[in-house]
Design a protein around this ligand. Structure first.
Ligand SMILES: [Zn+2]
Length: 219
């Protein structure tokens, strides 16, 4: 594996390439990383962090985002940025600005991942092993007791495509089936009146209002 610093410096790394169909996961239980950068009102960097995705980091970001300035968020694998958000502060939600839905769908095959940058990480995440030809890597699952990756048509399609591939780098994700239809639960925030929806899989889990951040049970 290339050293991280040279990966980051490759041209276009911090831009989302919506046409990329190759997955380049990091080894270990976290296939992706986050980069977080806060700037003050003058545009000077005052906080920068590279980390594995981590709900504890989210809490820190929400605290820091109460101040003035500007925040940039990136999620990436070794091939480049897969989704990003950039917003003026203060704020509590971080809508995804650009996304590569194909590569995101590999790492988060059971999640919706198009709205808030941290949405998937507001409920417990588990690590599922994917076997792709000779390669093994991990993806993120909202279910602890998922028996195997074949439970999702996307993951199943991925395994089928992968079975014909020589390596993770050669998987053509353009051949994946479309995302399955997701039933959504309509939510209404008693604090701010916001109407929003969550995928059915969040039922009975603690979620946040995407407007004011209030915690509530999804039901
Ligand atoms: Zn609210």
């Amino acid at each position: 594996m290339q050293p991280l610093k040279s990966i980051y410096k490759s041209p276009g790394f911090w831009e989302v390439d919506p046409n990329r169909t190759k997955v380049l996961p990091f080894p270990g239980k976290f296939p992706t990383r986050w980069a977080i950068c806060f700037r003050d009102v003058q545009g000077k960097k005052d906080f920068r962090l590279f980390t594995k995705p981590d709900p504890l980091v989210v809490n820190g970001i929400l605290r820091r985002a109460k101040g003035q300035g500007y925040v940039s968020l990136w999620e990436f694998d070794r091939g480049g940025t897969i989704r990003c958000s950039q917003k003026n502060l203060p704020r509590r939600d971080f809508p995804v600005l650009k996304i590569n839905a194909i590569v995101c769908g590999v790492y988060y095959p059971w999640h919706l991942y198009g709205h808030g940058f941290f949405d998937m990480w507001m409920a417990p995440i588990f690590h599922k092993k994917m076997k792709l030809g000779a390669h093994t890597f991990y993806i993120y699952s909202p279910y602890e007791r998922m028996l195997n990756a074949g439970h999702s048509s996307v993951a199943k399609g991925l395994q089928e495509v992968a079975a014909k591939s020589q390596s993770v780098e050669e998987i053509d994700l353009g051949k994946l089936p479309p995302l399955p239809a997701v039933i959504r639960i309509q939510m209404h925030c008693p604090d701010c009146g916001n109407h929003f929806s969550k995928p059915e899989r969040y039922k009975d889990l603690m979620i946040r209002c995407d407007e004011c951040g209030r915690l509530m049970i999804c039901q």
